[in-house]
Write a protein that binds this ligand. Structure first.
Ligand code: SF4
Length: 515
């Protein structure tokens, strides 16, 4: 398995490749009488694709918040003992892929902050663009008094939000949220809670998804609709950009903290979200099939067989085949368990590269002119190795079709691409990229075609990684970066702020509570 520069396993890529990675999944539930920790566990299980570095759940019984978190997959972090210890009637959960701050236990979420009257626990999907400014705001407001997560070595933008939301003795959490949320810039889909109330909020652009669902005896908020399905909640609506939801014994309330300026991430439709997700009323699977149809119209080719790069390329390949009339086939088998091995390949095995993940079905592809459909090209290593493998297996021609335009710009709103210098589309034309990959031809969908397939107005989508037009203003380069807060002068004080550590269960995680 490939490792990221920080040493963590990258579960999705072949050795040598680094591709787009999600920023996180969030889940919140308010449901008296239900086992909320287990609902959160299964919700996070459905959101695992959004972050595999760490997972955590916080619950409250109305008097005390407990949080249990650790490094690893949801199924590795939690066992029955840990979940049984997390009692209460409301919960927030989180699975993390880091885009601000290192891969450490301290940076796992939910984060905790001590408020004047209790505790706030928070999970965040997205990435703020004004963290440097918020560091100053925390210092200005609280000086050495504000400690919480920051004092425990948390170097994420999420810890800054938690510190600001913890507020002061004169305000409730709801009042503080309405004052703090408009000061945040960038992408944030948040779930947070105090001892008695669940909150959810989404940035004014609605960059990352967040949906509201209904249980028979409660409410659920989650990054994607499959997390509602798995716990038996019915979809109610998307949380609106610029909206704060408050859920407690008095029911559900909605407040607007900013005017919506919609700019949802188009890449969620292309690759990031699960195909069974629905974003703003549009099925992700249907969008991907339509992208394939568009690709067939924009880049037709004489060929014998359309095959997907499993599995993310499958819906677009189905669409390409349907539109072109060329038969669809499975020319590659995927090892479903790659990503679950912790055995590192030796240098010799590393040469096998892509075969760890994919293997060609020779009898299907031998002598055929192939159309190979994939969702995106980042650095190109996977596609280069794949094309070589297909030729060795007897393919007569290999035509590559990509259901997103060339990725040329970095994302500052919560998706981790390769650096700009590593992006293969940076400085090369599609024909040059095709030659570099060893393809007989290469065709990318147009930006217009991709956007039309989502059935969302172009003016309400972010497509900055393809166009370079960023919908949320960016600060100067020295005010951005994953490790910005590790270098910042934070206003820290002594570590004791009323939060103490206690052990829960036999697992490797640790719980924190507020006595
Ligand atoms: S830059 Fe790309 S990945 Fe990032 S939010 Fe915009 S469309 Fe999504």
């Amino acid at each position: 398995m490939p490792l990221r520069p920080d040493g963590s396993l990258n579960h999705d890529l072949m050795p040598g490749e680094k591709g787009p990675q999600d920023a996180c999944g969030v889940f919140g539930v308010w449901a008296p009488g239900e086992e909320v920790a287990k609902l959160a566990y299964f919700g996070l299980y459905a959101l695992q694709h959004r972050g595999q570095e760490s997972a955590g759940i916080a619950t409250s019984n109305g008097e005390q918040i407990l949080v249990y978190k650790d490094m690893g997959l949801v199924s590795q972090v939690f066992d029955e003992t840990a979940l049984d210890a997390l009692t209460g009637h409301l919960a927030v959960g989180h699975c993390r892929y880091s885009t601000t701050g290192g891969v450490t236990w301290e940076n796992a979420q939910p984060t905790l902050g001590a408020t004047a009257g209790g505790t706030v626990a928070l999970g965040h999907n997205g990435n703020l663009t004004n963290s440097a400014e918020l560091v100053n705001l925390v210092a200005e407001r609280y000086g050495a008094q504000r400690r919480g997560e920051l004092a425990r070595g948390n170097t994420t933008d999420t810890a800054l939000i938690t510190a600001l939301l913890a507020g002061d003795a004169d305000h409730t959490l709801a009042q503080t949220a309405l004052e703090v949320l408009p000061r945040l810039r960038g992408a944030f889909s948040l779930v947070f809670m105090d001892e008695g109330t669940l909150y959810a909020a989404r940035d004014p652009q609605g960059v990352r998804p967040l949906v509201l669902g209904r249980l028979q005896r409660g409410w659920v908020v989650a990054s994607e609709t499959p997390a509602l399905d798995i716990v038996g909640a019915s979809y109610v609506r998307d949380v609106e950009p610029g909206e704060l939801l408050t859920i407690d014994a008095d029911g559900l309330r909605s407040e607007k903290f900013a005017e919506p300026e919609r700019a949802g991430c188009v890449f969620e439709y292309v690759y990031l979200a699960r195909p069974d997700n629905t974003i703003n009323g549009r099925s992700v699977h249907a969008s991907r099939v339509e992208m394939g149809r568009t690709l067939a119209r924009e880049h037709p080719v004489d060929a014998d067989l359309v095959i997907p790069t499993p599995e993310s390329g499958t819906p677009a390949a189905v669409g390409y085949a349907a539109e072109s009339g060329i038969p669809f086939g499975q020319g590659l088998t995927k090892n479903a368990y790659v990503g679950r091995t912790f055995i590192q390949p030796s240098d010799t095995l590393r040469q096998l590269g892509i075969r760890l993940k994919l293997n060609p079905l020779r009898e299907v592809i031998r002598g055929k002119r192939l159309v190979v459909v994939d969702d995106s090209i980042v650095r190109g290593n996977t596609q280069r190795a794949l094309i070589r493998m297909l030729r060795e297996a007897g393919a007569a021609e290999v035509h590559v079709r990509i259901s997103s335009p060339p990725v040329k710009w970095p994302c500052f709103y919560g998706i981790d691409f390769a650096s700009r210098a590593e992006l293969i589309a940076n400085g090369l034309t599609p024909d040059e990229i095709g030659q570099s990959l060893g393809a007989d031809s290469l065709g990318y969908i147009s930006t217009e075609g991709m956007i039309a397939a989502t059935e969302q107005p172009a003016s309400q989508l972010c497509a900055a990684c393809f166009t370079g037009k960023y919908p949320i203003e960016l600060p100067t380069a020295d005010q951005l970066g994953k490790h910005l807060l590790e270098q910042a002068e934070l206003p820290l004080g002594a570590p004791e702020d009323g939060l103490t550590q206690v052990s829960v269960g036999a697992g490797g995680g640790t719980a924190l509570n507020h006595p």
